[in-house]
Ligand binder design. Sequence first.
Ligand code: FAD
Length: 482
Amino acid sequence: MSVQILWFRNDLRTKDNHALSTAVASGKPVIAIYLLCTKQWQQHHLAPIQADLILRRLAQLQDDLASLNIPLLVHQLDSFKQVPQSLVELCEQYQAADVHCHYQYELNEQRRDEAVEQILQAQQTSFHQYHGECVMKPGTVLTRTGESFKVFTPFRKAWLSGLTEAEFSPLATPPAVDKHLLPASFVELLESKPLLRCDYPLVDSSHWACDDKQIIQQLRDFSASKAADYKTARDFPAQAGTSKLSAYLALGMLSPRQCLARLYLDHPRCLEAQEGGAFTWLSEIVWREFYRHLIAANPRLCKGQAYIAWTEAVNWQHDEQLLKAWQEGRTGYPIVDAAMLQLKQTGWMHNRLRMIVASFLTKDLLVSWREGERWFMQHLIDGDFASNNGGWQWAASTGTDAQPYFRIFNPTTQAQRFDPNGDFVRYWLPELAEVPGKHVHQPHTWAEKNATSVNYPMPIVDHAIQRKLALSLFEQAKSQAQ
Ligand code: FAD
């Protein structure tokens, strides 16, 4: 009986997994495979903490799949180039007639899959791909003239109008494969559970859950008790007002349809009302989709290009010292420094802070968004090419922000507004523990007034001056393009 290969990539889950459900529904033996490409991880700047979470999740998946009588193999390769041949060998070894997986929308991944499809076709093996990373298939949410959307709000409107009931019923974990069908080699694999090996640098991710029970409970708790207040609470980094599910969504440990279904169960009116906390949270899931649709429609974004073509001419500065100060949280702007420490020490940063530090790097330090994009990928537990590239380009005004380039965040007023008592800053910068209330956002001014001193760097740049410089860099670039 021919075998089905289930190829795991960015869909590390057994629930709402189209590829898994279809492979199992075939009624044939299924073997799962994960091809771990360390050189590719390096090229994509995969954070060691995210790599650790992937490995932990694979170990968990191996157990979950074993209860479905599906062995999971993890093969370490160098780069994507080796993937097609490796799959051919696996198909020959296990006499597989079909390979099932979900689409990925990044350019390197698409090219890898084209090569896989070609080589498998030549071997008479069918390659089946399903859409599972997004609720709406990229390429299906379009303007009336059939183009992809350039800004978010009309995208969301069209996305919402295409939403059907099917999206609120994610697939359950399929039943186990009949053990009597399994070849002897599968039974051996299931009993021996081959070890997961990987020589990529790792950083301990154990404070992030990796089993379904905890992750789904986190989604339920957020939906039941925090979603209603999300609209106001989400902007304050000292509060736990957001879901902290991004790491799981980024690796496909949780699907956006699971999120939608849970939200709709607890807040059935949120779609109708199109306002309130639950709807605002749903909009964030739509942002995630927007950026995926954007890279699928504009593969050049995966080559490091700016979305707005004329902004390629912005003459970003390459000041290593300023960049290093930003990376290490030594800019003299407490909100920026606290945020950068949060990233380095936990692998996660609050969304409001991501916007503040991204604006600061690009509009105050005048350093290219590409440097920030890379640094984030190297450190984020939720590193996700589409959302990260989208977020950076939005903040740098080279992307899809509906406001033009003169949106420049003032880091001090942002801090006073979103960390009004200074609690977030004081938590990450204990050297400022004595500075009371919101004065912590301008510690040297406070120290001067109180005839004291603080052991904290002076601001490395003057925001008012840098703001003008940023505007002139953009104006020069724009005039060159005309
Ligand atoms: P919640 O507020 O609970 O939102 C729920 C989910 O919606 C998130 O888990 C995430 O999947 C999605 N989401 C929320 N906001 C956004 C957004 N603005 N864009 C896209 N998706 C969103 N998100 C990533 O998942 N990976 C990244 O690499 C990433 N890089 C970013 C870089 C910059 C410069 C900026 C400004 C934003 C970036 N974001 C990224 C988006 C956002 O900051 C995070 O998704 C969010 O902070 C995760 O926390 P949460 O799970 O508590 O989010």
